[in-house]
Ligand binder design. Sequence first.
Ligand SMILES: NC(=O)c1ccc[n+]([C@@H]2O[C@H](COP(=O)([O-])OP(=O)(O)OC[C@H]3O[C@@H](n4cnc5c(N)ncnc54)[C@H](O)[C@@H]3O)[C@@H](O)[C@H]2O)c1
Length: 335
Amino acid sequence: MASHLLNNAILITGGAGFIGSNFISYFLGKYPKTNVINLDKLTYAGDIKNTAELAKNPNYTFVEGDICDTELVKNLFHEHTISGVINFAAESHVDNSISSPKQFIKTNIEGTFTLLEVARKFWNGKNYRFHHISTDEVYGSLGIDGFFTEKSSYQPNSPYSASKASSDFLVRSYHHTYGMNVVTSNCSNNYGPKQHDEKLIPTIIKSAIKGLKIPIYGNGKNVRDWLFVEDHCKGIDVIYSHGVAGETYLLGGNNEFDNLTIANKICEILDKKVPSNKGSYKNQIEFVEDRLGHDFRYAIDASKIKAELGWKSLESFQSGLEKTVDWYLKKYQSK
Ligand SMILES: NC(=O)c1ccc[n+]([C@@H]2O[C@H](COP(=O)([O-])OP(=O)(O)OC[C@H]3O[C@@H](n4cnc5c(N)ncnc54)[C@H](O)[C@@H]3O)[C@@H](O)[C@H]2O)c1
């Protein structure tokens, strides 16, 4: 039986962040009898309001704390019968990893190690699942052609992607060395409600409606593949529940756009929804100095998860972007 169906608890780390909070809502909606423990340090990137609707759910427990804190993690395993871990907790912003890499090494590598080590000792050979959430950035940068697959070689270029790559390797080693039931998923850029303002899409929306310049790195030609966060959550559920131990799964939305196109699309949506008397929001777009070592393009071939686990992204980019813009308009206009 899949471990989430046991009447035990699942430890979700980083559940006050963007993807983790969307995932907990999705997961508890689908499996209301599961006990979820959300361990989150509430760094600048975490927001307790992201899970506000769960506060009265008796099957949901929030614990403020650090995944690097071995004693705390051990206590959680002592107090609850944890039969699954999904590790979202991470320092996640590439720009911060360029200016201050140390915390990325601490949380992303040492934190993952701490979780693996405590789980290994407590589970003691039991076939419980450890699902590690990672990124397509570990594969480095593509040219104008080609896609990342599960067989692509790791070539991380930023301290962020290098720290995520290191954690992926640790997870892999716990399967090969100790036989732990691990899966890793590497996903393309997510978009949707509850993302921190520092990331590209919220920055574009916020800058536009506040009448500020909309900053776009370099010439705006860097390409990312975008996946609506709810589609990612469904994919994580499928991998956590049915993925093969020791395997990696790539998830992407087949929505490849360069940053300038994203900015233009958002401005077009805003021009319709909240027209400005100064003309199109596109007039606020400005190119700024490029990110150091900026990867040119990421793109995902998600054939494996489609063929083996029957997942595919369902949200169209236009409708996902409209939903996203609506959510941020509500947030920024209520302030
Ligand atoms: N956002 C994306 O587009 C994307 C794409 C692919 C993969 N990922 C991966 O998905 C995961 C979640 O990303 P996100 O965008 O939701 O990130 P986020 O920055 O929005 O959230 C991270 C959460 O982790 C918490 N956290 C940070 N350090 C911690 C620590 N030491 N102990 C406990 N909690 C800690 C933060 O408080 C925050 O709530 C990350 O592992 C990231 O690498 C993100």
